[in-house]
Design a protein around this ligand. Structure first.
Ligand code: 5GP
Length: 186
């Protein structure tokens, strides 16, 4: 079994970009594909970005104990499929890019999970970036800003915290953390 790694961080912090860099530049690291009931955004492909499920299909999979963890987030369900993760872990290190509650749930079941939180250099800068995106209603924006603080309040419960000030530097730090863990366990 290879290493299971969780990377979280508030919206807009750049964790998606960092995970993409990790998987594109390292053949032995792949990102898990979660299931969700939310609608695909433009350009998102079923089975690549998410497995898009109906609510009925998602609830059925919960009943079959098919998730490592799942959570309801902004009115949609998100979950990490057990089968995908464990099949992939046979040959590759797997990154879960999931929010804080999901990470805590997986950590409880699998204490060897490596948990890393990506944080912004300043909370103000991140908030301004989210406000600047301007693609949301005021209510959604307020919910997202509250969520940023909620996610960051978990930082002390993570094994490692990486500040995303400079993207390449944050990438190097992430890779170093992951590589040292993989070497130790070998
Ligand atoms: P989005 O809808 O923007 O793709 O994702 C919204 C949030 O759901 C993000 O914080 C993301 O990390 C989280 N998320 C994505 N997949 C999962 C999952 O499988 N489980 C949990 N708990 N959260 C997830």
């Amino acid at each position: 079994m290879k290493k299971l790694i969780a990377i979280s961080g508030p919206a807009g912090v750049g964790k998606g970009t960092l995970v993409q860099m990790l998987t594109e530049r390292n053949e032995d690291i792949v990102a898990s594909v979660s299931c969700t009931t939310r609608a695909p955004r433009e350009g998102e492909i079923d089975g690549v970005h998410y497995f898009f499920l109906t609510k009925e299909a998602f609830l059925q999979k919960i009943g079959e104990d098919g998730f490592l963890e799942y959570d309801k987030h902004f009115d949609n369900y998100y979950g990490t499929p057990k089968d995908f993760v464990f099949e992939t872990l046979q040959s590759k290190n797997v990154i879960l890019e999931i929010e804080v509650n999901g990470v805590m749930a997986v950590k409880e079941k699998y204490p060897s999970l490596l948990t890393i939180m990506v944080v912004p250099p300043s909370l103000e800068a991140l908030k301004n970036r989210l406000i600047g995106r301007n693609s949301e209603t005021e209510e959604t924006l307020q919910k997202r800003l509250a969520r940023v603080e909620y996610e960051l309040s978990f930082r002390d419960r993570y094994d490692e915290v990486v500040v995303n000030d400079d993207l390449e530097q944050a990438y190097s730090k992430l890779l170093k953390i992951i590589r040292s863990e993989i070497t130790i366990r070998r």
